[in-house]
Ligand binder design. Structure first.
Ligand SMILES: NC(=O)C1=CN([C@@H]2O[C@H](COP(=O)(O)OP(=O)(O)OC[C@H]3O[C@@H](n4cnc5c(N)ncnc54)[C@H](O)[C@@H]3O)[C@@H](O)[C@H]2O)[C@@H](O)CC1
Ligand SMILES: Nc1ncnc2c1ncn2[C@@H]1O[C@H](COP(=O)(O)OP(=O)(O)O)[C@@H](O)[C@H]1O
Ligand SMILES: [K+]
Length: 467
């Protein structure tokens, strides 16, 4: 698991660390890290340009320029606010033979030291103009300027970084936005930090969480998944959700609903019935995709909420909660619920748009409904009502295709049935789902059924990291 910390916590921790380290030593350590990565990226080429802002981020860039000069690299710096440039950094840079220029010449690598942790808003026009004039790849200091450190939002021009070197710990921007290849320079900050504000699961975590049957298991002991999805109008949603569930874990899947014939025909291993009341016992329900929102769909939702097992509620189930909040009354407060809205469903459910701060939005919904909320998108946010938040960034957007969400809800249902902790179930499912999309697509569009079919490949790929 990779932890990420909000600027508020990073700044407080840095202040404590600064108080007990010699003045300037942290900045020089940070800058040395930037210079080391720059040399690696230069691979023998010899011209670097610095864009230097008015704060310590600019100071880092100037000190990095100093270290690069000492290695014989030609370094040019544009000072965006000459009178406020970091004084010691600038003096050292000049003394080492760095050149201050009005406009960057042709360089092999550009260092973005415009703004760092104190950044607010997009690049200002002058900085934006200099950035636009650069053709070389950007190495961002701490974070790409113009991107909000805590939300990853860009509201105008920003630096498109090929590489980012950050210090002490990762910040939300590194998981929420594209920062290129992110490198971390350690300098002893971790002991000063509280628990992380966000986390990003790594393959090891997911491999560890993913249920694997043991010698003593049979089809029942692994947890039976129930799928309550699809309708005469939308049988496909049932086929996709059930199939995803069949492929995600071993054991058994029961399907209940109007698409029983279609599901049975495609997934002979599933146990299908037309009516939810005949479904038999399950250890978790996945409810909602293609279900409809009429009275009979409401009764299905009530039935699964009353079953006393974890529930993944998606699509029409979310719309029903939005239309009729009394449906929540069917739930025992101890029953774990995972809600999986996309932005429009979120707006319906919460009566407000998601807004720029997606993490805060997911947290609000999780607290309001006492549920794990998985907010879909290229970057999926998974918030636990206890306050923990996981982030999954998809490496491609191919999963943005009709029916892809039905697949996700089937995978989550399977993990819940296997007893995986809901936040971990939702975050692991999101990871495997996006990986399946990437593997299946392999550079070309795919239907959701192909994404579903690649679930075993994605699980294999994740599990391949375990010894
Ligand atoms: N505090 C520490 O312990 C360390 C901090 N370090 C560096 O210090 C940085 C933070 O430095 P500061 O707090 O001085 O602040 P920054 O360097 O992030 O920026 C502050 C200045 O940028 C200007 N600014 C804000 N938004 C802007 C925008 N959109 N466009 C253009 N200019 C904008 C502000 O007017 C302000 O003067 C970190 O990101 C990191 O690079 C490193 O040296 C490591 C140690
Ligand atoms: N741009 C994107 N990049 C990567 N994944 C995406 C993107 N947009 C959506 N997704 C993922 O695709 C799925 C879409 O779900 P959803 O909107 O419910 O589709 P549907 O209702 O058609 O099944 C979600 O898992 C979501 O996270
Ligand atoms: K920067």
């Amino acid at each position: 698991m990779r932890g990420l910390w909000n600027t508020e916590h990073v700044k407080a921790a840095e202040a404590r660390l600064l108080a007990r380290t010699p003045e300037g030593s942290l900045m020089r350590r940070a800058a040395f890290g930037v210079a080391t990565v720059a040399l690696e990226l230069l691979a023998g080429r010899r011209r670097v340009g610095l864009l230097v802002g008015s704060g310590d981020n600019g100071g880092d860039a100037l000190w990095a320029g100093y270290y690069l000069r000492r290695r014989g690299v030609a370094v040019f710096a544009v000072l965006l606010s000459p009178e406020r440039a970091h004084a010691e950094g600038l003096a050292a840079f000049r003394k080492a033979g760095g050149r201050v220029v009005d406009k960057l010449p042709e360089v092999d690598l550009a260092v973005d030291g415009v703004v760092g942790l104190s950044a607010r808003g997009p690049l200002r026009p002058e900085a934006a103009e200099h950035v636009a004039g650069v053709t070389a790849p950007f190495l961002a200091v701490d974070l790409p300027s113009g991107v909000d450190p805590d939300t990853g939002v860009t509201g105008g021009p920003f630096v498109e970084a090929a590489t980012t070197v950050t210090f002490g710990c990762l910040k939300p921007v590194h998981a929420l936005a594209d920062c290129g290849d992110v490198r971390l320079v350690e300098f002893g900050l971790r002991p000063e930090l509280p628990g992380p504000d966000l986390m990003e699961l790594e393959r090891e975590d997911i491999a560890f969480a993913w249920p694997v049957p043991g010698a003593g298991d049979d089809k029942y002991t692994q947890g039976v998944t129930g799928i309550a999805a699809g309708s005469a109008t939308y049988p496909g949603a049932a086929v996709l959700a059930t199939g995803a569930s069949v492929l995600a874990t071993s054991g058994m899947v029961r399907y209940a609903g109007q698409a029983a014939d279609a599901v049975r025909a495609r997934w002979p291993e599933s146990i299908c019935t037309g009516s939810i009341t005949d479904a038999g016992r399950v250890q978790a329900w996945s409810v909602g995709p293609g279900l409809g929102t009429g009275l009979s769909a409401e009764n299905v939702l009530k039935y699964v909420l009353e079953a006393g097992v974890p529930v993944c509620a998606d699509a029409d189930a979310i719309t029903m909660f939005a239309n009729n909040p009394d449906l929540w009354d069917a739930r025992d407060p101890d029953t774990a619920v995972v809600l999986t809205p996309h932005d429009r469903e979120y707006a319906r459910l919460m009566g407000e748009d998601v807004g720029d701060d997606r993490v805060a939005a997911a947290r609000r919904a999780a607290a309001r409904f006492n549920a794990v909320v998985l907010l879909k998108g290229n970057t999926t946010i998974i918030a636990d009502p206890g306050g923990a938040v996981a982030v999954n960034r998809s490496r491609s957007s191919w999963p943005a295709t009709a029916g892809s969400g039905d697949v996700l809800s089937g995978v989550i249902g399977s993990l819940l049935a296997a007893g995986v902790y809901p936040l971990l179930a939702a975050a692991s499912a999101a990871h495997v789902h996006s990986l399946a999309g990437e593997l299946a697509a392999n550079g070309a569009p795919i239907p959701a059924s192909s994404l579903m079919a690649a679930i075993p490949d994605a699980i294999r790929s994740v599990r391949a990291v375990t010894p």
